[in-house]
Design a protein around this ligand. Sequence first.
Ligand code: HEC
Ligand code: HEC
Length: 265
Amino acid sequence: MRSIRAIIGGCTAIATLMFLLAFIHPFGNAGIHAQQVNHQPLMSSAPPEVRDLLSAKCADCHSMQTRTPVYGRFAPASWLMERDIIQARNAMNLSRWEQYTPEEQETLKTKMLLETRAHKMPPPQYLAMHWDAQITSTDLVKLTSWARTSALSDSNPTADPAGEGDAARGKTVFEKRCTGCHAMEQDREGPRLHGVFGRTSGTVARFDYSPALKNAHIVWNEKTLERWLTDPDSLVPGNNMEFHVAKPEERRDVIRYLQAESMGK
Ligand code: HEC
Ligand code: HEC
């Protein structure tokens, strides 16, 4: 009898301690003890089927609408969850969707598609607890068609309608539209682009290209880049770059910039 009582007492003490420790936030405070749920609708500009999908499968980490499970109120689970949530909100906060610029939204849309298609998101530790958050092929169809609708396509068609393109403006386009996935000197989600003008497609060593681009053997020049940036899928069906630049003058500018960067150094 005595030993059972001691065990129960010990367990209660440990549970209490873990509960109290959850109020210490070694990785930052994600507000998981706040009881009030934020009922602001997420992403009012997104189509309802996309909004429902992201609310169900991503919002626990990527928004202010975190639903904390019971075990999440105890350390150390609470600490690990808070670390994930804070990093996730920094990378993309769906509660702030309307405050991202159209360019940022477009980059995030394509990143969401890439992360889910590669089954990197939701992360495995989350799926272990929420098996119903698996990304299905229907989800991917919804995300793909959403990622392809561009809010930017018909804005400001006047700038330099038939010009030659301008490398300085192209640098700005590059920074706004490409650096979400590309850098000049490093591989990110996309391959490094320094020297891309004149390079054969799919040839950066160690970059993990799609088989489609690897086997395309296209030399990147003004013409091929123009077609690639207009609609990558019509040039190389099955490639991994879920992104295009809708405005012709932006394409011309960014191509001039890639050219200047490739000749310069
Ligand atoms: C368990 C929490 C969690 C869930 C659920 C989750 N994510 Fe994430 N996500 C993270 C963390 C943490 C990061 C930042 C660190 C990283 O990139 O791995 C992140 C980063 C991202 C990024 C940015 C990647 C980059 O390269 O900038 C995207 C896009 C993303 N997640 C999409 C999603 C989508 C879409 C879903 C739902 C289908 C989702 N995530 C569900 C935790 C989560
Ligand atoms: C959402 C991420 C993403 C964005 C944004 C993006 N790209 Fe890409 N890009 C990729 C990926 C991924 C690949 C590799 C595709 C493959 O393997 O099929 C790629 C490949 C390329 C290639 C072929 C390079 C080679 O080595 O063959 C060029 C050129 C390119 N991108 C230019 C651009 C430019 C210019 C922009 C901005 C206007 C841009 N990309 C925006 C992800 C992106």
